[in-house]
Design a binder for this molecule. Sequence first.
Ligand code: C5P
Length: 222
Amino acid sequence: DKKLRIAIDGPASAGKSTVAKILASDLNYIYCDTGAMYRVLTLQALRHDVDVEDESKLVALLKDTDITFEPDGNQQKVFLNGENVTTDIRQPDVTNAVSAVSAHKGVREELVRRQQVIAEAGGIVMDGRDIGTAVLPDAEVKIFLVASAKERAERRYKENISKGIETPLEVLQKEIEDRDYKDSHREVSPLVQADDAVLLDTTSLSIDEVVGRMKEIIQKLI
Ligand code: C5P
């Protein structure tokens, strides 16, 4: 079997990582969460008091930032210079600063380069904002996942409650919309559906249904 590259893009909290992980495990592929890489650099910036607008300082910080992943059952652990930061990178302070960090050209060049190395051998499911457009423009499969902002906020709300994070639903919806706006309006590789990506609206679909639809899309394409 050919080892495919599967690119999954879409707005915040559309369920990309949840379904990408399942798909990767079903296909026996690698899963790469590129958003986690931008989050790790953001955590570093917050810890080192680096201004999220200061591109050259962020690029310098990134040079000393080793980012690695390790499987953890159905989940994945994320390490920053060997330290497990899986929980830290999901905290609201990181989430609300990450779009500023990811907007810089120099930051994107370096992280895209690292992502391309990870994807080199194929057999990978990679999710993010610019995978189909910039990281893997030749990916065999490109899927653009969307869902209504209301439903995305509700999903994030439930997920947060299960982790003990209590943010009101309206605040979450506003944060999601703000992040989408910033990600879609930045100059360098903004969030946009690739011309050859298949659009999949997951509003009111279950996780299993989304994974099923994705497998149908893959079957049709190969
Ligand atoms: O996917 P996740 O919500 O964890 O991504 C966090 C942030 O990282 C996004 O809001 C976006 O600013 C940035 N990102 C990006 N390009 C990617 C993946 C994530 O700019 N490929």
